[in-house]
Design a protein around this ligand. Structure first.
Ligand code: COA
Length: 165
């Protein structure tokens, strides 16, 4: 993959359909196999275009990675502190796209809100990647209130020396 060709920009409501398709495709392939069936179906129903659009309108920050006209990755941040989605198209795994999306989402939240602590609920297959990004588990894998099996994780940002709080 040519690194220079990747561009990252904020999502807008017109992107909701592409985001929903990517997220649902990735969820079916990578997340559902580890989930109770009913919870998996409920999760998919919360990832469609209408819900993605509503979240954009509610102020969730969508950072979208594009190769030309093709959406290849998405990171979504709620309240400038909770990463609700991080997905990269399967054929582009292992090229650093999630790391670039995460850096962009983190920098955006720090810029907007001075965030020092980030949280997420990781699917089983994503835990190792989140560790590489600097997250640590804050508890064991458990069923969330929505019935999905995830591991709660956090990343505490250490402000650079000399910077104001
Ligand atoms: C998890 C996911 C977003 C990673 O995307 P990616 O673009 O392949 O990740 P990157 O190439 O940016 O890798 C980031 C770091 O994680 C590591 N990593 C990525 N996938 C990994 C894996 N399966 N096991 C161990 N480490 C992994 C990389 O080595 C890299 O670390 P390094 O830079 O220190 O070498 C992607 O695999 C994905 O979309 N998975 C399915 C959906 C999912 O589970 N999303 C999370 C929902 S909670």
């Amino acid at each position: 993959m040519a690194k220079a060709a990747l561009s990252i920009r904020l999502g807008r409501p017109g992107d909701a359909r592409a985001v929903g398709m990517l997220v649902r495709r990735m969820t079916r392939r990578w997340i559902l196999p580890d989930q109770p069936r009913e919870a998996g179906l409920a999760l998919l129903s919360r990832q469609g275009a209408a819900v993605q659009r509503r979240h954009m309108e509610e102020g969730h920050r969508f950072h979208l990675a594009w190769l030309g006209d093709t959406l290849v990755g998405v990171a979504t941040m709620r309240d400038d502190s909770h990463l609700t989605q991080l997905f990269v198209s399967t054929r582009y795994h292992g090229h650093g796209i999630a790391r670039r999306l995460w850096r962009r989402a983190m920098a955006d939240a720090v810029h907007r809100a001075g965030t020092r602590r980030f949280t997420l609920n990781a699917s089983r297959c994503a835990v190792p990647a989140y560790r590489r990004l600097g997250f640590v588990a804050t508890g064991p894998e458990r069923l969330s209130p929505s019935g999905v099996l995830t591991t709660p994780m956090e990343l505490k940002r250490i402000p650079m020396r000399g910077r104001r709080a």
